[in-house]
Design a protein around this ligand. Structure first.
Ligand code: PMP
Length: 469
């Protein structure tokens, strides 16, 4: 249906927008510009679809914010939350206390995690998970009698969250510019993005080169000072950058050689997104810590945390003493109950296999075919993450596609056509990216590709009118 009757209908769109502008400071937003334009009011959702306050239907190809893995409207998650709220809406896990949902979730996570992960530390979000990572790796090295080993290496254009530690680990320079970041002991290497750093090179060779930047940095900092390397298996917010297959095995080799901890930030890649339970299984790395959030509850309620592998867990538990860290909502019973229902649903419906064997390869073939579109310079997919690069021409003297002048903001032009035509797709520069719910069917992939083609064609038409293509 294209009509809706929800709490949104109690006020007009203009009234919602006025109240929103008057009181609500949104994340990553130019407040004044948004107030002038007015927020889009999302009122309702089901399966892969959203409805705004005007009743317009949108295909949500971004799973909300990369999180609604099981799609909207899953009653078993809602029931689990309601049951738990009546039974025990909150109790903390401090002071030698625990709650049944937190215990059961910890147990189930150990089952679905890669081998060697028997423990979990809970947080309320991915950012808090990565703050936990920073404190935990430094604690680990302190317990090893090497407190000077405190430097964490990350990558430019990584996204690890918005807290002081999360934003410091992240490689978004515009975030560092606000608030005096990064915090001490965090340093960055370049990302394995072929278009930016590898043009003209064989992609496999480039993967090894990009990994060698980690070794270079370790030697520059001093191997006895490096605590850990952190990376997303596939960068999400940075633009769905799928590294060459040679990259992660070489990163793993370097981490092993220097004995540094490897942290896989799976806030996006976890819980089936890449066609395995965790992205490290897809890219072939063996991390010591795994940050998770988003897909653990499909975003129905906030929950995050860190899966702790044997090496770190052993040190913390056997040599430990108190780890001076934790959150009010570490192991929140309602969040844990929803996560349990979510993971059971992913299992029962075989969603990981559905991505790996069915819709993932199906989407990959469709994206490869998109390379014939005049506006597309490159495409990449992994499981149900996909990126297409809008480019001026398919080839250039430098090797690879010829890029648009960034000032033209071609990605934003395309994104506007998407919204106007009922498609939520994100623009990262000129990379258009998708990450639809894992429950997507082949027929819905076809529907999505139809929308994508239409929006690309409209973008071409607009660029031609402007004389820019
Ligand atoms: N890490 C990664 C890889 C992410 O994509 C995100 C959020 N997009 C975060 C961490 C931060 O998670 P949160 O917004 O829940 O704090």
């Amino acid at each position: 249906s294209n009509t809706t009757s929800t709490s949104a209908s109690t006020r007009s769109t203009a009234e919602w927008q006025a109240a929103d502008a008057a009181h609500f400071l949104h994340p990553f937003t130019d407040f004044q510009a948004l107030a002038r334009k007015g927020s889009r009011v999302i009122a309702k959702a089901d399966n892969l679809y959203l409805w705004d306050s005007e009743g317009h239907k949108l295909f949500d190809a971004m799973s909300g914010l990369w999180c609604v893995n099981v799609g909207y409207g899953q009653k078993s998650l809602v029931d689990a939350a309601a049951r738990q709220m009546l039974e025990l809406p909150f109790y903390n896990a401090f002071f030698q206390t625990t709650t049944p949902p937190a215990v059961e979730l910890a147990e189930l996570l150990a089952e679905v995690a890669p081998p060697g992960f028997q423990h979990v530390f809970f947080s309320g979000s991915g950012s808090e998970g990565n703050d936990t990572v920073v404190r935990m790796v430094r604690r680990y090295w302190e317990l090893q009698g090497q407190p000077g080993r405190d430097v964490i290496i990350s990558r430019w254009n990584a996204y690890h969250g918005s807290t002081m530690a999360g934003a410091s680990l992240g490689g978004m320079k515009y975030m560092h510019a606000q608030g005096g970041l990064p915090i001490p002991g965090i340093t960055h290497i370049d990302q394995p993005y072929w278009i930016e750093h590898g043009r003209g090179m064989d992609r496999a060779d480039f993967g090894k080169l990009a990994a060698s930047w980690l070794e270079q940095k370790i030697l520059e900092v001093g191997p006895d000072k490096v605590a850990a390397f952190i990376g997303e298996p596939i960068q999400g917010a940075g633009g769905v950058i799928v590294p060459p297959e040679t990259y992660w095995p070489e990163i793993q080799r370097i981490c092993d050689q220097y004995g540094i901890l490897l942290v896989s930030d799976e806030v996006i890649c976890g819980f089936g997104r890449t066609g395995q339970w965790f992205g490290c299984q897809t890219v072939g790395s063996r991390p010591d810590l795994i940050t998770f959030a988003k897909g653990v509850t499909s975003g129905y309620v906030p929950l995050g945390g860190v899966l702790v592998g044997e090496r770190v867990a052993k040190a913390l538990i056997e040599q430990g003493g108190e780890f001076e860290h934790g959150y009010t909502y570490s192991g929140h019973p309602v969040a844990c109950a929803v996560a349990l229902a979510n993971i059971k649903l992913i299992r029962e419906q075989g969603l990981v296999e559905h991505v790996r064997d069915d819709v993932g390869p199906y989407l990959a073939a469709k994206f490869e075919a998109l390379r014939d579109h005049p506006l597309i310079g490159d495409t990449q997919t992994c499981g149900l993450m996909g990126a297409m690069l809008l480019a001026k021409a398919k080839t250039s003297a430098a090797g690879g596609p010829e890029l648009f002048d960034p000032a033209l903001e071609v990605g934003m032009v395309c994104r506007s056509h998407c919204f106007a035509n009922g498609l939520v797709m994100r623009a990262v520069g000129d990379r258009m990216i998708i990450a639809p719910p894992l429950v997507i069917t082949r027929a819905q992939v076809d529907e999505l590709m139809g929308l994508i083609h239409r929006c690309l064609d409209l973008t071409v038409a607009e660029l031609r009118t402007r004389g820019q293509f």
